[in-house]
Design a protein around this ligand. Structure first.
Ligand SMILES: NC(=O)c1ccc[n+]([C@@H]2O[C@H](COP(=O)([O-])OP(=O)(O)OC[C@H]3O[C@@H](n4cnc5c(N)ncnc54)[C@H](OP(=O)(O)O)[C@@H]3O)[C@@H](O)[C@H]2O)c1
Length: 276
């Protein structure tokens, strides 16, 4: 049996769409009553480790979707609780959605690397690490034009090898349904063609006038962002602007695991803008 966590999040929901109707799949969520797919659902809350023994009963493969929206100590406690419970429940294989290796400069990299290390050091679990690149949908959000049609995101001439979240969901499903083939593997799942502020502006019919990090910090801090999210967003801008997230510029693990070229990031960004 495969259990997927975080199914009411953006990535988890896309994963579930692809697994709906399968007899050997269970959905895990803090809100199992809100799971829309035709699948049995179990309560899974890493902040309440007492929920996890029952949740992981009979599970052979756990698709552990990172629960990263918090300070490092909270995130590592969540992932640590999930992995410990998986070990105790006799889970055989954990597939973990991590962060791409080129993201080591990002403020949220630490919790992912901690989790990867915790999995490597497990005495009982087999594991696969899916090092997800930053979503095209995320770039659409942090580089959205203002009401005046101007993108001021401080990306300079930096580019991001952004990935369609749906592609990452598809890879997660492919791997989680055949975990033995991927045991002990760490995959780098980044886009093939990096995009920057100028290209985002062009596809949206906007203008790109990149601002400074200090102005972006003030504006993110003045928004409804939580305290820990301010350095997350600023660190993301900075890593893109300084050229750390441009990717290798060609096919890699993502295309290999999809069995086709990835969806172009600019199409995803244009689509996100048209619905948003
Ligand atoms: N690569 C990227 O660009 C990128 C961007 C944003 C986030 N991320 C990371 O990738 C993860 C998945 O992305 P996403 O798009 O699905 O993010 P999302 O839409 O914010 O969903 C995150 C989900 O994590 C689950 N979660 C949160 N706290 C939890 C807890 N205490 N116990 C169990 N599950 C918990 C929740 O699922 P339920 O509501 O079903 O409980 C939540 O909906 C994020 O959590 C974050 O770590 C990556």
């Amino acid at each position: 049996m495969l259990l997927v966590t975080g199914v009411n999040g953006g990535l988890g929901a896309l994963v579930l769409e692809r697994l709906a109707g399968r007899a050997d799949v269970v959905a895990g969520s803090r809100t199992p009553d809100q799971v829309r797919a035709e699948l049995p659902a179990r309560l899974v809350d890493f902040d309440r480790p007492e929920t996890l023994a029952a949740a992981f009963g009979g599970v052979r493969t756990l698709l552990l979707i990172s629960a990263g929206a918090a300070e490092d100590d909270v995130v590592t406690a969540r992932h640590g609780a999930a992995i410990e419970a998986a070990e105790k429940a006799g889970v055989e294989h954990v597939v973990y959605t991590s962060l791409s290796g080129d993201g080591d400069h990002l403020p949220y990299a630490l919790a992912h690397r901690w989790t990867e290390r915790r999995l490597r050091e497990s005495g009982t679990l087999r594991w696969t690490v899916l090092r997800n690149g930053l979503y095209a949908e995320l770039l659409a959000g942090i580089a959205a034009p203002g009401p005046d049609g101007v993108i001021t995101a401080p990306l300079g001439t930096g580019r991001l090898a952004a990935v369609a979240r749906a592609d990452l969901a598809e890879v997660a499903v492919n791997v989680a349904l055949a975990p033995a083939r991927h045991a002990g593997r760490t995959y780098e799942l980044v886009g093939e063609r990096a995009v920057g502020g100028a290209e985002v502006a062009e596809v949206l019919g906007a203008e790109y006038r990149p601002g400074r990090l200090t102005d972006a910090r003030a504006s993110v801090a003045a928004s409804d962002a939580l305290d820990f999210q301010v350095p997350m967003v600023l660190g993301t801008y900075s890593a893109i602007a300084h050229g750390f997230l441009a990717g290798p510029g060609g096919p890699g693990d993502l295309a290999a695991l999809l069995g086709r070229p990835p969806r172009p990031a600019l199409e995803v960004i244009a689509g996100a803008a048209s619905v948003g």
